[in-house]
Design a protein around this ligand. Sequence first.
Ligand code: GLA
Length: 708
Amino acid sequence: MTEKSLVSLTGQKTSLLLNIAEGAELLYWGKKLQASPDAQARALSRAVPYGRLDSDVPVTLMPESGRGLFSSPGLEGHAQGKHWSPVFTLKTIEHLDSGIVIYSEDSVAKLLLKTELMLDKESDVIKLCHTLTNNGEARYTVNRLALTLTVPERASECLSFYGRWVHEFQQQRQVIQHGGYQQENRRGRTSHEHFPALVVGTNAFNETCGEVWGVHLAWSGNHRLRVDVKADGRRFIQAEALYYPGEIELAQGESVSTPWLYASYSASGLNSMSQQFHRYVREHILRFSPAEKVRPLHLNTWEGIYFDHRPEYIMQMASEAAKMGVERFIIDDGWFRGRNDDKAALGDWYLDEQKYPHGLEPVIEHVLAQGMTFGLWVEPEMISKNSDLYRQHPDWLLQLADYDQPTGRNQYVLDLSRDEVFEWLLARLDSLLSQYQISYLKWDMNREVVQPGHLGRAAQTRQVERVYQLIDRLRAQHPQVEIESCAAGGGRIDYEILKRTQRVWPSDNNDALERQFIQRGFSYFFPPEIMGAHIGARHSHSTRRVADIHFRGITALFGHMGIELDPVKESEEEKAGFSHYIALHKQYRSLIHSGDLYRLPGDDPAAQVISAIVAKDQRQALVSVAQIAMPTWALSGALRVTGLLAQQRYRVSVIACADNFRQGIVNTQPAWVYEGAELSGEWLEQAGLAMPVLDPESALLLLIEAIN
Ligand code: GLA
């Protein structure tokens, strides 16, 4: 290790130090170092123990088995059976303002590797990508191309996410001691099962304490994430897109890139890590339509009417929605030719003239006349066998021709690698957006992908890239149109799809209780303004659980809010409740959609989920306390709020609660509940407020405002 081989990157709170002598080894990734680390880096030169290779082998950003590393390599591939153990040597390094680009080469295998590592100085989020180019004459088959980040040996626990349909973003904690942890998704979309992110951290890290290193792979297809602990105790995180056999073959001069891996370190627990990711997403990933800077309140028709589309009735729904303050009205599935259930018609993206004999225009005009904008549901990548499109083009399926693949929701996937399919789809969507005044598409993807074959070869990776291209082309033609990413709920939520969509649908589960957990898991990597959060009917359609309007309203408030029900059929009392929470959301959405989110621990974490959103200037905050189960004790301790200015005095008041909250649950609630309280930021953080008593499955919303 010489000083010349050291490269350091520094952000607001993070430093990175790389040794690029033998591959690029991440020597340090942690809390910002004040003095230049270069001269001291020699202190990290490792011992060479007996019983191993006679020299030290670094774990680099591209671990190589040919260098003697007995771990999962960063590249597995071959040129017709040769060059299967490449070793790269540094050629050049480009120093950019925000990071470095390292070019290295295996001159025997004639492979070129470009590694881009950037650190965003404002948010402390790093991003990493490898691009492999084959300069050899023989085709190079890439089996795996992975991104690797080493983490210190004290990173001993892992937080990962699992789930399924209507149960997304669930959390799992485990100790990583020997071996490690691995998760794979082979479902052809980002998946409900394994959201491509995880966090490792020091012993018992939590929201406010401990060092954490979080990573997210920005890829909407198959992937693998692992945390490996080597026999010598060193550990690393590795992330990659998963390829099917033969899927990536590079002819001479051709390249393949990994997805971007985004990562961030925090010395003070998960809240800071999430705030760093949120900031990065807000500043570098999201692109809202200029006309829609304020996130408009939605009504989505799905759970209100399902496939039963009657234009007169839908217009009635729109009138009711507008009266309650809805700003964007979205017609979900069921509007196109022959779509009476989920067994037919995908691909026939023409208005069903039997259902809409006077066209869609009168409905849209009605919606616009009420002061709302109009959105439409589509599921472009799909095809039903019972459709005109299939009858005309049975060969347009993504499939292996000699096999029968199982359906998912009775449907198949279109082969987007075929230019004629891609161009036809683009033209169809373009024509819908040109014909009608549509300013929003809910873009769905309801099935998992089996045997993604294109002309006999695997084409899953290409399929995902073509979806990105399709959205990019469509948005270039219709820049004002916003898109929501939905895949049977939360099956396609990641930073790469988010670069081209403005909202995501985290779950088909609108049950407020379930949503408390789903939205919590979601919040680690995504900010609230992209999270579709709808007030559903009293009886949840996914669980049949009943929740009052306050629990549903407060739960939906902390996202991009909407309602999903039939307002025509709702009682006056329910409608008054929707109007109330819609107005409340509008009043505070600029805070919710720009502030810092804190997941607050509370004294009864088994029974409460507590969140705060604190304004950037720290003069205002909203706090939601959701009682998710019976309180463990008769009293639930104190509510302490972080993120405020210590010396500032604040007024705290209850602004939403269950009808029986002030009386009926207990003899009396704490005095501040009735009178409000004036307290310093320091007091609120250190001592807090006596926690009121709440019924299970109810919630409380507090407003904290600076005095003067
Ligand atoms: C998926 C979506 C739902 C709805 C239906 C329509 O399940 O997640 O929100 O749009 O499709 O078929």
